[in-house]
Design a binder for this molecule. Structure first.
Ligand SMILES: [Zn+2]
Length: 134
């Protein structure tokens, strides 16, 4: 994997900041605004090709751009079929679902989820202090 450029890192920081704001909007029940922010995140991803850093799929819904918040806007289930173990994500706003294979025929996938840190950030965004006002 190529090392991310300075511009890419700045864009990622911006995307994660928008993600925090979107999480906050969801908490306040303003889904429309959350989707607008989700669209901006999507555009940052397309412009700067941030995929190797944090997967875009796991930040916003591919179809309706609602921010992906496990347990709030997205249902997360672990399923198994045909020797594959996967995590099934379902968007609760539009019903779109996607899979992430975590094990195939007993072999653990090397790629471990890198998004735990991102979700922690999102929950921080939901706390009293707004993102960026440390
Ligand atoms: Zn959706």
């Amino acid at each position: 994997m190529r090392r991310p450029s300075r511009l890419q890192r700045a864009a990622l920081r911006e995307a994660l900041y928008l993600y925090q704001l979107a999480a906050r909007a969801v908490a306040q029940g303003d889904l429309e605004w959350a989707r607008v922010l989700g669209k901006h995140i999507d555009r940052l991803y397309l412009k700067y090709r941030l995929r190797p850093l944090v997967s875009r799929k796991e930040l916003v819904c591919k179809r309706c751009k609602t921010p992906h918040l496990p347990g709030v806007t997205t249902r997360v289930r672990i399923r198994r079929s045909a020797g594959k173990t996967y995590v099934l994500y379902t968007c609760r706003a539009c019903g779109f679902s996607w899979k992430k294979i975590i094990r195939h025929k007993g072999r653990e996938y090397k790629k471990t989820p890198r998004n735990t840190r991102v979700y922690t950030l999102a929950w921080k965004g939901l706390s009293k202090k707004g993102p960026g006002e440390e």
